[in-house]
Design a binder for this molecule. Structure first.
Ligand code: SAM
Length: 275
């Protein structure tokens, strides 16, 4: 519930096509006292396109704590503030996390004003599973660290979503193939812009790409080889059934252990204990 304190609006802005700014976002931009943005040169273009002249201030990634202080002072004076980034949602691979936590701690209101985000736009058109997905954002720019990050993601059975810069995409695709193995993957570029394109294939095909330009989301199929976790206790009734139908205990355990790819010794010990 909104209280009588001032509000920080987290407003999503277009990731390319300016018409994707919502009427609600424009209302907020007109009505807040100040709009905090990453780079006033970028945001002024969006605002002047809609003939909005609200005061812009910068909110910096590299000094979030100091930037947050300035915005907290405005909220303390009862002034509503909108936080935007250069594109998409603030806080999604963009600054704002420190500020949001300060605002929560101090009991001001926070509201999100919906709009596009490159990862979600790319995911829904990728053709990869949307049931479960893991948004990772940017991998580390050092390849030794990026490799470790990818190793930590290798077993997840969820579609992986990465942001990447065009000058690094070729290297990143190679590293993904090396660490994750060949999987379905999609390079989604320039979303909502004139040259919007989805390059679908697998990692072995995509590593051959050269000179990929523009803004890029890389999506990779989750690990499809992970076995579902088996609880050994759940297998005991199946052993009982085989035994009741005439199998020797040992062969029944062997058969069930092989079927579920679990240790027959562990299953045997558990079975004996359960009797
Ligand atoms: N806050 C943004 C969001 O909600 O999507 C992301 C900002 S992040 C600093 C910028 C990265 O997002 C780009 O390097 C690219 O990976 C991705 N991105 C942004 N706009 C895009 C677009 N139109 N098409 C494809 N990727 C885009």
């Amino acid at each position: 519930m909104v209280n009588k304190n001032a509000t920080l609006f987290l407003v999503a802005t277009p990731i390319g096509n300016l018409n994707e700014v919502s009427p609600r976002a424009l209302d907020i931009f007109r009505n807040v006292e100040v709009i905090a943005c990453e780079d006033t040169r970028n945001s002024v273009k969006l605002l002047t396109h809609f003939d909005i002249h609200t005061k812009l201030i910068t909110y910096h990634n590299f000094n979030e704590e100091n930037s947050a202080k300035g915005i907290i002072s405005l909220l303390e004076e009862g002034k509503d503030v909108a936080l935007i980034s250069d594109a998409g949602y603030p806080l999604i691979s963009d600054p704002g996390y420190v500020l949001v936590n300060e605002v929560i701690e101090r009991g001001f209101n926070i509201q999100t004003i919906s709009g596009p985000s490159a990862g979600i736009n790319a995911l829904v058109a990728s053709g990869l599973s949307t049931n479960h997905y893991l948004f990772y954002g940017f991998l580390n720019s050092k390849s030794t660290i990026a490799k470790k990050e990818l190793q930590s993601l290798a077993d997840f059975p969820y579609t992986l979503i990465f942001y990447e810069a065009p000058h690094r995409i070729e290297k990143t695709l190679k590293l993904c193939l090396e660490v994750l193995g060949n999987r379905k993957a999609v390079v989604a570029r320039e979303l909502t812009k004139i040259h919007e394109e989805y390059i679908r294939g697998n990692l072995e095909e995509l590593v051959k790409l050269t000179d990929v330009k523009g803004e890029i989301v890389l999506l990779i199929e989750g690990n499809t080889n992970t076995k579902p976790e088996v609880n050994l206790e759940d297998l005991l009734p199946q052993i009982d059934e085989l035994v009741a139908s005439g199998h020797k205990t040992k062969s029944a355990i062997q058969e069930i252990a092989a079927k579920y790819e679990v240790s027959k010794n562990e299953l045997y010990n558990l079975y004996v204990k359960s009797k």
